[in-house]
Design a protein around this ligand. Structure first.
Ligand SMILES: Cc1cc2nc3c(=O)[nH]c(=O)nc-3n(C[C@H](O)[C@H](O)[C@H](O)COP(=O)(O)OP(=O)(O)OC[C@H]3O[C@@H](n4cnc5c(N)ncnc54)[C@H](O)[C@@H]3O)c2cc1C
Length: 402
């Protein structure tokens, strides 16, 4: 009997669609299920560093990604209280010269659309929305999933099942760890600012990172420069028991945000008065997992290692996971060994990136007077050194697929 080449993926987010593309390139048939009815404009801005672009190029979507994104010249680091630029991380031509690849900013929905279109054009990828993967069981020859489309229930067997259903993954809880998703203690206020409303003092060719006391603010162009993605991150004031703690609050009142903006320049405060919609996102983390997989089942992306976004690498790690896993499943004859090898390759890097994200979180949210020392050190660091510190992340090479 011919061995199954079918792989089931739960979740059609960045991780799930990347996995589908990589697996199809290796000759697998891929069934992807997502519980969402449709893919609306979910999420906001994503920064894509050369490590992610290199993987997207290998997946065959690099050109489309470049056409849907923006290449900023650098990241201006500001003092949130004075508004002054204290240093600039060189990107643009510097990154291109060093890595032969750009540093890009993109709306998550544009990144998602590029991946989705490429999947839809691939004969061996079948995506079904409005279908939740409710259960997974492992068995000797592979794994099975129970799919629920709201009216009927179906069981499908596969060579392997990939859990790519995000940081709030219920499958992770049932198969890998019963620990629930964790609140990081931070919340993000997010809004999209149309280009015509961007104040003159924000240079639209750069990303901006404003560091304050107990808060930081990020701006950068998305939608090929038509909008600026704004994110204000503060420590969350909700009590740990609050039932709504892990929910997104849409149409939030920016007056609440303003209350947390003491010692912040009047220009930044004025942004909260613009006629735009604000949403508040709790920043969540996946619980630390002893294992990302069981038998022929493996978790990737935020489902396995959702982290705080302060290294701007969550989506990049999901893309890297996908390509490494596909390569292991393709080159390793035994699925269980492939899954084990995948985890062995990915764990050290994910551990280091998670640590960096947490450290950046501490650094970006230092209170007075430590924030003054932080700003002094940053302003006295050579700009090239700020870029060189990311070298171990950006130099990463994906495996060749196929
Ligand atoms: C404020 C903020 C800024 C960020 N900035 C960056 C950045 O600059 N650079 C970067 O690389 N990353 C960034 N990230 C991180 C990045 O957005 C995530 O790491 C990435 O989107 C995770 O992708 P994923 O596919 O693992 O999960 P998701 O995108 O959450 O996708 C999961 C999918 O699974 C589906 N699903 C859930 N349950 C089921 C089920 N039972 N059955 C079927 N389907 C299911 C969902 O509908 C969803 O479509 C940021 C995150 C935040 C919050």
């Amino acid at each position: 009997m011919a061995k199954s080449r079918t792989i089931v993926v739960s979740g059609a987010g960045i991780a799930g669609l990347s996995a589908a593309l990589c697996l199809a390139k290796c000759g697998f048939r891929v069934l992807v299920f997502d519980k969402a009815k449709s893919f609306d404009t979910v999420g906001a801005g994503i920064q894509l560093s050369p490590n992610a672009i290199r993987a997207l190029d290998e997946m065959g979507v690099g050109k489309q990604i470049r056409n849907s994104s923006f290449a900023p010249n650098g990241i201006d680091i500001h003092s949130a209280s004075s508004g002054k630029i204290i240093n600039t991380v060189p990107l643009g031509a510097d990154v291109q010269r060093r890595y032969g690849l750009p540093y890009l900013t993109i709306h998550r929905s544009d990144l998602h659309s590029v991946l989705l279109s490429a999947c839809n054009l691939t004969a061996d990828i079948h995506i079904k929305t409005n279908c939740s993967v409710d259960e997974i069981s492992t068995h000797l020859r592979g794994a099975s999933v129970i799919i629920n489309d709201g009216t009927s229930i179906d069981t499908i067997s596969a060579k392997a099942v990939i859990i790519a259903d995000g940081v709030k993954s219920k499958l992770r809880e049932t198969i890998l760890s019963d620990a629930p998703v964790e609140h990081s203690g931070y919340e993000a206020w997010r809004a999209m600012l149309p280009r015509e409303l961007v104040p003159d003092y924000i240079d639209n060719d750069f990303c901006h990172l404003s560091l304050g006391s107990n808060k930081h603010i990020v701006f950068y162009p998305v939608n090929t420069g038509r909008y600026v993605n704004m994110v204000f991150v503060t420590r969350s004031k909700l009590s740990l028991n609050d039932a709504d703690r892990n929910k997104v609050r849409k149409n939030a009142d920016p007056k609440q945000l303003l209350k947390g903006l003491s010692r912040t320049s009047k220009e930044i405060k004025a942004l909260t008065e613009l006629p735009i919609d604000w949403s508040v996102y709790p920043l969540l983390k996946a619980p630390a997992l002893k294992k990302w997989g069981k038998g022929n089942v493996i978790a990737i992306g935020d489902a396995a290692h959702g982290m705080v976004p302060f290294a701007a690498q969550g989506a990049a790690m999901a893309i890297e996971d996908a390509i490494v896993l596909a390569d292991q499943l393709n080159t390793n004859k035994n699925t269980k060994s492939a899954i084990k090898a995948y985890e062995k390759i990915r764990r050290p890097r994910i551990k280091k990136i998670t640590k960096l994200s947490n450290t950046n979180g501490e650094l970006y949210h230092m209170g007075f007077p430590f924030n003054i020392v932080r700003d002094f050190i940053i302003s006295n660091t050579k700009p090239e050194k700020l870029l060189s510190r990311q070298h171990w992340i950006y130099k990463w090479e994906p495996p060749k697929l196929g």
